[in-house]
Design a protein around this ligand. Structure first.
Ligand code: PLP
Length: 415
């Protein structure tokens, strides 16, 4: 075995990690799907649990020597059940996309229909975007949001009655409003569809009781663990007992091989953190920070999609300010503020150069930033957007950003 330190053996990788740490420390991370994990989570991720094969489930493994792996995986399951009130939990999905694919494989035959949200209205690639392999296997049909930015339940019901989907899917990547799970469940019952929610973005807000929880209402709920839930990069499926066997069989051996137990232990730690009272405060602050940004952007004359936000993110049409989403993303990047360009509902522009930008508050809130900082940052974002062709101005903003981030150190222990 190589006994050298990383710095001695592989200085190129060591350097890349160091530069990435500095980038994370010195920038304002506003991509709403990103967050910063604790040192405890990092420790488990980098632990010797990565060495172990443990195909199968707790108490029913195909390999020997799984007694301690079982302890970690069972803790992850028990804590997830407690956090969300789930009947059954599978913590093995390697990420959000494989979790969704495993659910489709568990419940659908090739050609079966899934009714999900139109992608330009906030849906995710894994909900049947034509570029995905899933779209070749299953028949995805779509509902939309209405003029006031709510999920159009009349349209959803009409689509459900017309297409008789096997699954009705809610849960989004760029939608900023609360979801009325009971009403969607009632429509699903009317047509005999299975209900599936993908809470990848908002799981942390739900765990903290700051958004509606679909777990007691819906048949299947998938999530990532690395967004607002603030755990390691990974996925998870929660379901009613009735679907437990099918889901477990679809994840393994249907779709995946050996689980990543270092990652599962890190999930258990993140769930323990999310059960602490301080996580509730964190979730409240995420929303308060997003509301502060909402007020500032409205006051500066931006068009907010869906009329504003109930969660951690905003989708903003910037074309009224004379630039595209891509141009805004590039300008903000130079200014040290990371957002992503994004389609707006029925966007007339192309996915590579859309009308909007999407940004949110989970990562900044983890750093300890509050309303005061949000007000400052919103002003700087507007300044960067209005001066998108003025490189000098953008660099001046970046210097302000670096000064601000110094007051909110991220990982001083790793410097
Ligand atoms: C992020 C996300 C996913 C995919 O998660 P990955 O971990 O990137 O595979 C799936 N669904 C939704 C709604 C998401 O936001």
């Amino acid at each position: 075995m190589n006994k050298q330190t990383l710095a001695d053996f592989d200085p190129q990788i060591k350097e890349a990690i160091k530069h990435e740490l500095n980038r994370q420390e010195q920038g304002l991370e506003m991509i709403p799907s990103e967050n910063f994990v604790s040192l405890a989570v990092l420790e488990a991720l980098g632990s010797i649990l990565t060495n172990k094969y443990s195909e199968g489930y707790v108490g029913k493994r195909y390999y020997g020597g799984c007694e301690y792996i079982d302890v970690a995986e069972q803790l992850a399951i028990d804590r997830a059940k407690q956090l969300f009130g789930a009947e059954h939990v599978n913590v093995q999905p390697l990420s959000g996309a494989p979790a969704n694919i495993a659910v489709y494989f568990a419940l659908l035959q090739p050609g079966d229909t899934v009714l999900g949200m139109d992608l330009s209205h906030g849906g995710h690639l894994t909900h049947g975007h034509p570029v995905t392999y899933m779209a070749k296997i299953f028949n995805f049909v779509r509902y939309k949001t209405n003029e006031i930015g709510k999920i159009d339940l009349d349209n959803l019901r009409a689509m459900a009655l017309e297409h008789k989907p096997k699954i009705i899917l809610v849960g989004y990547s760029a939608y900023s409003r609360e979801i009325e799970y009971e009403k969607i469940k009632a429509i699903a019952d009317e047509v005999g569809a299975i209900t599936m929610a993908d809470i990848a973005h908002i799981a942390g807000l739900i765990a903290a009781g700051e958004m509606n929880n679909p777990v007691p209402i819906f048949d299947i709920v998938t999530t990532t663990t690395h967004k607002t839930l603030r755990g390691p990069r990974g996925g998870m499926i929660m379901c009613k007992e009735k679907f437990a066997k099918d889901i477990d069989k679809a994840v393994f051996p249907g779709f995946q091989g050996g689980p990543h137990e270092n990652n599962i232990a890190a999930k258990a730690i993140a769930f323990k953190e999310a059960l602490e009272p301080s996580f509730k405060e964190y979730a409240k602050q995420i929303k308060a920070n997003a509301k502060t940004l909402e007020a500032k952007f409205l006051a500066s004359g931006y068009k907010l999609m869906f009329g504003g936000t109930d969660n951690h993110l905003l989708l903003v049409d910037v074309t009224g300010k004379g630039l595209s989403g891509k141009q805004a993303q590039i300008a903000l990047d130079i200014a040290g503020i990371t957002v992503n360009k994004n389609m707006i509902p029925d966007d007339p522009r192309s996915p590579m150069d859309p009308s909007g930008i999407r940004f949110g508050t989970p990562a900044l809130t983890t750093r300890g930033m509050k309303e005061t900082e949000m007000n400052l940052i919103a002003d700087w974002m507007d300044e960067a957007i209005m001066n998108w062709q003025n490189e000098e101005k953008l660099i001046e903003i970046k210097n302000r950003v670096i000064e601000l981030t110094k007051k909110f150190p991220l990982y001083p222990e790793l410097q």
